[in-house]
Design a protein around this ligand. Sequence first.
Ligand code: PMV
Length: 362
Amino acid sequence: MITVRAPGKLFIAGEYAVVEPGNPSVLIAVDRYVRVDLTPSVGKGSIHSEQYGRQPVVWYRDSNGIVVDHDMQPVDYILSSIATVEQLVSELGVTPRFYDLTVSSELDDVSGRKFGLGSSAAVTVATIGALNEFYDLELTRLERYKLAMLATIAVSPRASGGDLAASTFGGWIAYSAPDRGHAMTLRDERGVIGALRSDWDGLSVRRLAPPSALRLMVGWTGSPASTSRLVDNLQGRRWTDEVHYADFLARSRHHVEALITALDEDDAEGVKTAIRGARRTLGALDSAAKLGIETPALARLSDTAEAIGAAAKSSGAGGGDCGVVFVDVDADVSALLREWELSDIRHLALSVHPAEGGLDER
Ligand code: PMV
């Protein structure tokens, strides 16, 4: 049996702007995981996941690729990952085989509540990791990220893929998304191998060092509205054509670049200033486009952190879910934790999942 785990993620800064190719963001991988177990099978394959209910999804192949027994709507990330790797395997002339996958997730709590740590991304990255081992493909991390991105944009074309990059590379990263239309065209015109071997417009990933004098704390404020709904909302109503949007992108870039510089220089005050700037920038977007990113609970999370000299902001699409706090390592956080408890904000005891190896390593 092959077992692969992939970590969840949190956005630190650059949300929404990162959806536009080439705009920077900062993310971390967290030490909560999705696990995929793969066992070889014969004649047909299956996927066992709580997401699908108790019955496994059974699949087989015909001349056009993967066929699923039930009508799965919407097309799912696991199936899309399988289809993408299968296309690669067929282009490489490797004989396809059958396998059963079992998915288990630590990214949700026992009652199944999601914390917004990126379970669909982690499941995609873990599935691709398991198939990489099964077929002995010896893919580099960057190639696995690209496969995960191709699989994801087949399901969700607007996704930035920051979550896939965090889950694939681990640690702290600076990330700008590729032009997804260009990536899809590369796949159509040159196949999956050709797409993996090409440079992708806009894509950039670099490891960052964590700030040594700051502690990262994560609070969870309850289940949000759906992320894709918030992004579609912004992208869908032509608000993105307006001058405010260009202004938002420029301000976001300014603060994210300042954050990256501060991390490179291990400048704790610089990190806090950049986080505050990123919060204000999202706040301006929020009031102009009326998205509801910073809910009253997320505002309380950040304001109570500010009260003890920390810097904080919502993480990801917002509307609920997590906020991130940067507080001096020697600060007393007991008053903050008490405030959170009184406000029903759950402190998640997460750590950063460490980076392992280079981006171009296998
Ligand atoms: O809500 P999360 O943590 O999945 O983050 C969404 C971040 C967005 O920039 C709003 C969307 C994206 O695809 O990057």
